[in-house]
Design a protein around this ligand. Sequence first.
Ligand code: NAD
Ligand code: UDP
Length: 313
Amino acid sequence: MSDQHAVVTGGAGFLGSHLVDSLLNDGYQVTVLDNFGSGRPENLEHVDAERFETINHDVSEPFPSLNNVGVVYHFASRASPKDFDSHAVEIALANGMGTHNALQFASEHEARVVLASTSEVYGDPEEHPQHEEYRGNVNVRGPRAPYDESKRFAEALAVAYEAQHSLDIRTVRIFNTYGPRMRQDDGRVIPNFLTQALEGKDLTVYGDGSQTRSFCYVSDLIAGIRAFADAPSEVAKGEVVNVGNTDEVTIFELAELILEIVDTDSDITYEPLPEDDPKIRRPDISKATGMLDWEPTIGLEKGLKRTIEAFDD
Ligand code: NAD
Ligand code: UDP
């Protein structure tokens, strides 16, 4: 597939820009569609391949015309809970209209689609760990609804396009991922804690810190997504897989680990837990590890140290 043309929506963002690097390394021609809402030109400034272009485009509008596209990675959407109310409409439309436009565009090109879904489709889960078969516990009227319900709608649209247009769509449910190129003011917990620790400020634990997450280092995530995207149709067409790391920690443990790693005078302060904040989260990745030659390899301490180096730059 090295002569293929890939479109990456959201390619100027955290995950999208790492995906762009991976595709360019494998010889793809890559076109990024991004409105630079939460993405940054700096995430792509190291790229000098002739096989690369960026188009400033909002995915909730129909896609521009492009030549011979073989695969569309639809990653455009803000993903930080901090933005779920301030950018609620933009988020809902990026996952609603944006997914429709991505799938419509892919149909015209007969291209494969890789859809970025999320562990948020499981809501505040009542099953643990979360397997792909679990249908979730999501509050349709809650403050996270513009994000989690629009991701669920995006998945439903994928099912609709598969049924009506026989498109080859692969849906990846991404669990909490971190690493270089996250914005320090992104609002998610790892950039928050690292920035606070590096600046000698207290780490803001929401609630009592007993809620859990399972953090995946970005290179592991991208390797899993690429393995899924490149798998033969007989194996992966129409499938949904969880991709993430299964090492689960409480947010309090995460804060303590960061205080241990960073030489800082910071302490921990407690702030209110946001409404509908999921209490537990850990992916069951047996489907992905069984289907693909993939498993995560980078532990939390090692990944945090690499992220700190990037934040220090
Ligand atoms: P990010 O905010 O760094 O990247 C999102 C990118 O999409 C940015 O470049 C932004 O400018 C762009 N974008 C947003 N709305 C757009 C629009 N309407 N039109 C064009 N571009 C738009 O976030 P990220 O963490 O890299 O997330 C990327 C994708 O992965 C998202 O779809 C997100 O839902 C999904 N995801 C991420 C995580 C994670 O832990 N990072 C977890 C689950 C799902
Ligand atoms: N969190 C926290 N302090 C912060 C930011 C987040 O304690 O400064 C908590 C948040 O309440 C959640 C967890 O950390 O329980 C992960 O939050 P994040 O926003 O990174 O991602 P989420 O998994 O909630 O989408």
